[in-house]
Design a binder for this molecule. Structure first.
Ligand code: BGO
Length: 269
């Protein structure tokens, strides 16, 4: 049975290098339907039944850029069997901002921690096992440039893609936000696939106008009332609430998994 793998990551995280390593000469280039954004696909090396789709490099899954909309629509509408999220390990904070969003989409995720050659050269340390436990998905250390960790990544992506099990997102927002999201999820029950409830609830809470068009006016109005009450309680707008909470969560994860090499020594050392 064939499996669909989506490759997702920030601009400049090494995605082109990784896509080439994954597919070799076995690539087809086209455009995403209706837009002039390049679409690349190819068969995964060693796995002729696995097709890798390279999604545009993005920082977020907001409705504000064509690349972000193309990427999120592909994941929500085409539901690949697994998302390989390529993360630049030298720039964890910015890269994990996208990861926290992808984790909510109801698709199994495998994180490929790229540029590990640079991290190691700098003497820094990332605890990939702890990172995997914190995020609730496999984390594979790789260097797309040097070709290390690739076999393990491909095997893991195929294993997770074949398993077709989604263990659910891990991250919980602050209690007031969770309360609002659970209420919104309740309103969406039966209107979107169960695994996608969370993502749609967060997007509607953020007043994402493209996602709002998928629902009837009564639902959008009810969501708006729930969102407004939460905004009043937390004295901030809903989009900022979500963004700030994501960064707090990311900071807490990085604090647990990342050890920077000591920079210089003091006289007392
Ligand atoms: C240049 N390790 C290291 N050290 N570098 C990597 C790795 C890795 O694991 N993976 C990718 N790179 P893209 P996007 C470059 O092009 O694949 C490097 O945007 C240079 N070019 O080689 O293009 C990769 O598709 C001159 O670097 O990323 C590339 O996501 C000097 O990261 C860059 C230095 O990779 C971006 C680097 C003329």
């Amino acid at each position: 049975m064939s499996i669909k793998i989506a490759l997702v990551g920030n601009p400049n995280c090494g995605k082109t290098t990784m896509f080439n390593a994954m597919t070799g000469a076995n690539q087809y280039v086209g455009n995403w339907p209706g837009v002039t954004v390049e679409k690349k696909e190819g068969k995964l090396r060693g796995y002729p039944d696995a097709v890798v789709t390279d999604l545009p490099g993005i920082y977020s899954l907001s409705p504000y850029t064509l690349e972000e909309v193309v990427s999120r629509n592909y994941i929500i509408d085409e539901h690949p069997d697994v998302v390989v999220n390529l993360v630049d390990a030298t720039n964890l904070e910015r890269n994990l901002y996208l990861t926290t969003q992808v984790m909510e989409m109801g698709i199994p995720v495998v994180i490929a921690l790229n540029m590990m050659d640079v991290v190691k050269k700098n003497g820094d340390k990332i605890d990939a096992v702890k990172m995997s436990n914190e995020l609730g998905c496999p984390v594979v250390e790789v260097s797309a440039l040097k070709g290390t960790g690739l076999k393990e990544l491909f095997d893991k992506a195929v294993e997770v893609g074949n398993a077709k099990t989604y263990s659910g997102h891990q991250h919980k927002f602050a209690p007031a936000v969770e309360e609002a999201l659970v209420k919104i999820e309740g309103l969406l029950e039966g209107k979107v696939p169960q695994a996608q409830l969370r993502w749609h609830a967060v997007k509607l809470f953020e007043r994402d106008d493209k996602v709002q068009t998928k629902f009837d006016a009564a639902t959008v109005n009810s969501v708006d009332e729930i969102t407004s009450a939460c905004e009043t309680a937390l004295d901030d707008d809903s989009e900022s609430i979500i963004t700030n909470e994501r960064y707090e969560y990311i900071t807490s994860i990085i604090g647990k998994i990342y050890k920077k090499a000591r920079q210089g020594m003091s006289v007392s050392d």
